[in-house]
Design a protein around this ligand. Structure first.
Ligand SMILES: Cc1cc2nc3c(=O)[nH]c(=O)nc-3n(C[C@H](O)[C@H](O)[C@H](O)COP(=O)(O)O)c2cc1C
Length: 178
């Protein structure tokens, strides 16, 4: 089982990164292979008609190869980061293949997990980002299987103060049923 994690936060070793690592630890504890990608380190242009050669196809192929996809993003102004939205918008060709040509993105079963963190207390602020992720998963045929949200995580590594959530993250990977 191959687990691909995409961290869309530009803050390395920040809250999203820590939660992703905990979930991966759980998956690794039961023998899964894994890879983590930092989206901010890649060159992926925003969607346009005349797209340049960039890192998008490489990421698309990795997502296609994954059995389980973890998408992690902090909340920025009530949504996901621009890095993640930019990646998702680039799947427009996948949407066109599906709608106009009846082609599926992947022929195998794939499951997805969404991880998000925010400074605010109100958990309804995750709704917007969750809805975009669900839209993306619907287009790619990835099953929205689980989610992990952390509120009141403003400063770098605040999530380390939440032992229950870290445990929940580990168990999410360890107990994940495919
Ligand atoms: C540009 C920007 C916008 C943000 N917007 C929100 C927001 O709308 N709501 C919120 O609760 N937190 C917001 N935050 C706080 C981040 O979600 C918070 O710092 C989070 O822990 C960052 O995650 P990371 O450590 O994985 O990068 C914002 C932070 C930045 C830098």
């Amino acid at each position: 089982m191959f687990v691909l994690a995409i961290n869309a936060s530009p803050r390395i070793n920040g809250n999203t990164d820590i939660l992703i690592d905990k979930v991966l630890e759980g998956f690794i504890s039961k023998g899964c292979d894994s890879e983590k990608i930092y989206l901010d380190k890649l060159n992926i242009a925003a969607y346009r008609d005349d797209l340049p050669q960039d890192d998008f196809n490489n990421v698309l192929e990795k997502i296609k190869a994954a059995d389980i996809l973890i998408l992690g993003s902090p909340i920025y102004f009530g949504s996901m980061t621009a890095q993640l939205k930019t990646l998702i918008d680039r799947f427009q060709s996948v949407w066109e293949d599906k709608i106009f040509r009846g082609l599926n993105f992947s022929h195998k079963r794939q499951k997805g997990i969404f991880i998000s963190v925010q400074g605010d207390k109100k958990s309804s602020y995750f709704d917007n980002a969750r809805s975009i992720i669900k839209n993306f998963f619907a287009v790619t045929g990835i099953e929205y299987s689980n989610e992990l949200f952390c509120t009141e995580c403003e400063d770098k590594q605040d999530v380390l103060n939440n032992n229950d959530l870290l445990q929940e993250a580990f168990e999410m990977g360890k107990d994940f049923s495919f």
